[in-house]
Design a protein around this ligand. Structure first.
Ligand code: HEC
Ligand code: HEC
Ligand code: HEC
Length: 125
């Protein structure tokens, strides 16, 4: 005869190992970035895919154009003009640095030094 206790224990361990990814994820140990869009405007200043991959380049381009070339032309989104500015442009729509920018930056482990000088908007909600 076989040892019923050992078989059951073995079976229990097997079930735990096989289902590990399911309850590991359900327990919330894994945190994916979830940047909150806190504006009623539907579009960003450039197409979404471009913003995801290249917003850092766009910011540097804006800075160079505004500061080096004195070009303060505004950017138009759905017929409304916005300043090409970190504080008064990006953060005008993306009001929460914590719930938006930091959400991704923490995940990838980057801390842009911009906020050494530029004001962080007051977190409202
Ligand atoms: C006019 C309001 C507005 C301005 C100004 C604006 N954004 Fe956006 N942004 C949005 C909206 C709305 C979305 C979501 C667009 C969509 O879902 O198609 C978005 C999306 C993004 C995303 C992608 C988020 C994701 O979930 O993948 C990034 C990154 C981003 N913006 C960064 C910036 C930066 C950096 C600036 C300044 C250079 C900026 N935005 C300026 C409204 C704005
Ligand atoms: C959808 C995710 C996402 C959102 C939202 C987002 N970023 Fe980023 N950001 C990234 C990634 C990914 C990098 C690249 C990190 C790297 O290269 O190490 C980055 C890099 C940057 C850099 C360059 C950092 C460096 O040290 O070179 C700046 C500046 C920046 N982001 C500004 C912003 C600002 C301002 C906001 C909020 C308005 C924002 N980002 C929102 C994902 C995001
Ligand atoms: C050493 C201080 C300092 C740091 C660090 C810094 N900036 Fe600036 N930035 C300034 C000053 C000063 C201006 C000029 C403000 C003006 O004349 O409107 C400026 C202007 C800008 C402008 C154009 C106008 C505006 O109001 O936004 C952009 C865009 C900008 N910076 C982006 C960035 C980004 C992105 C980073 C981080 C990668 C960064 N800056 C880091 C000091 C700084």
């Amino acid at each position: 005869m076989y040892d019923k206790g050992k078989v059951l224990t073995g079976l229990a361990i097997f079930v735990i190992i096989v289902t590990f990814p399911i309850w590991y994820n359900a327990s919330g140990s894994e945190h994916y970035p979830n940047p909150k869009i806190l504006t009623k405007v539907k579009d960003c200043v450039m197409p979404l895919a471009y913003m995801r991959s290249s917003h850092m380049k766009l910011l540097v381009d804006w800075r160079d154009e505004v500061l080096r070339d004195g070009n303060r032309t505004k950017v138009t989104v759905d017929g409304v003009k916005y300043q090409r500015s970190l504080q008064d442009g990006c953060m005008y729509c993306h009001k929460s640095k914590t719930k938006f920018c930091d959400e991704c930056h923490k995940y990838v482990g980057t801390e842009p030094y911009c906020w050494d000088c530029h004001f962080v908007p007051k977190e409202t909600d």
